[in-house]
Design a protein around this ligand. Structure first.
Ligand SMILES: Nc1ncnc2c1ncn2[C@@H]1O[C@H](COP(=O)(O)OP(=O)(O)OP(=O)(O)O)[C@@H](O)[C@H]1O
Length: 250
């Protein structure tokens, strides 16, 4: 069963149709890229999946179950985590505390949890997992630093750690390579490639080489429509895709 399915999603902003009858299926354990020229509708699709934007028509299914009126704060309990272009780190909290915010999916919830908060043992286990994720991403030595003290590439890793600590089944990445150096992009490819063992990944990305290297499947949008979908080689060879990108060149 797919982890995520968008069925016939249309989004209109007043008279402008940002997405038109878009269908995408994301299988577990795959990396799925969403690409397209500027204004193609990539961010709008990302926002629909994350519950920021309500589709005018169409539906979303998670593990085959239709979502109704889902909001960004429902994502954690659906097993979905995301990183955004604006990293959204709390500048006055340490790196470790920022990552702990992402661990709430596993934290005790419900009336008892609200009354008594996290138990000491639970707190320790969460911290251990947060440190583990920071270590996997090579940023553990900054656990007690404030995010503002770190260069951009490392802050992006902290944001990724915060998403990963909830152990999602689906990770949504909005332009993960933006602002990274070439060597950081190469590291990111390895990192994302390694994630497919434990989750599905959806990424909206402009860096074509990264998308072609790391994705198992790619959906190409142009003017709000899906113009191609499939494995990287097939998408790269598709004349409609070449035309969309050539047409968009300055
Ligand atoms: N909130 C909004 N209100 C009105 N129009 C919008 C809104 N958000 C996006 N649009 C329009 O919808 C279309 C798709 O935009 P979107 O940002 O999804 O494209 P994109 O593929 O992510 O582009 P880029 O690569 O430039 O980020 C564009 O024409 C954009 O101007």
């Amino acid at each position: 069963m797919s982890i995520l399915e968008a069925r016939g999603v249309t989004v209109r902003f007043g008279g402008l149709t940002a997405l038109s009858d878009v269908s995408v299926t994301v299988e577990p354990g795959t990396v799925h890229g969403i690409i397209g020229p500027n204004g193609a509708g990539k961010t709008t699709l990302f926002n629909v999946i994350c519950g920021f934007t309500r589709p005018t028509e169409g539906s979303l299914l998670v593990r085959g179950e239709p979502l109704r009126n889902h909001k960004p704060h429902h994502l954690a309990r659906l097993g979905i985590a995301r990183t955004l272009q604006g990293l959204g780190l709390f500048e006055h909290s340490t790196v470790l505390d920022n990552v702990l915010v992402g661990a709430d999916r596993h934290a005790r919830t419900g009336a008892l949890g609200a009354l008594f908060g996290r138990g000491a043992r639970e707190e320790t286990a969460l911290r251990e997992r947060a440190v583990e994720v920071l270590t996997t991403l090579g940023v553990e030595k900054w656990a007690n630093a404030l995010p503002g003290a770190l260069p951009y590439g490392l802050r992006k890793r902290v944001a990724l750690a915060r998403a990963l600590v909830s152990e999602p089944d689906l990770l949504m990445l909005d332009e993960p390579a933006a602002g990274l150096s070439e060597s950081e992009r190469t590291e990111l490819v390895d990192l994302i490639g390694g994630l497919r063992e434990s989750m599905a990944v959806v990424l909206v990305e402009h860096h074509m080489d990264l998308v072609m290297t790391v994705c198992d499947r790619i959906t190409v949008l142009n003017f709000g429509r899906v113009i191609a979908s499939g494995p990287p080689a097939a998408v790269q060879a598709d004349p409609d895709v070449a035309e969309a990108y050539l047409g968009a060149a300055p």
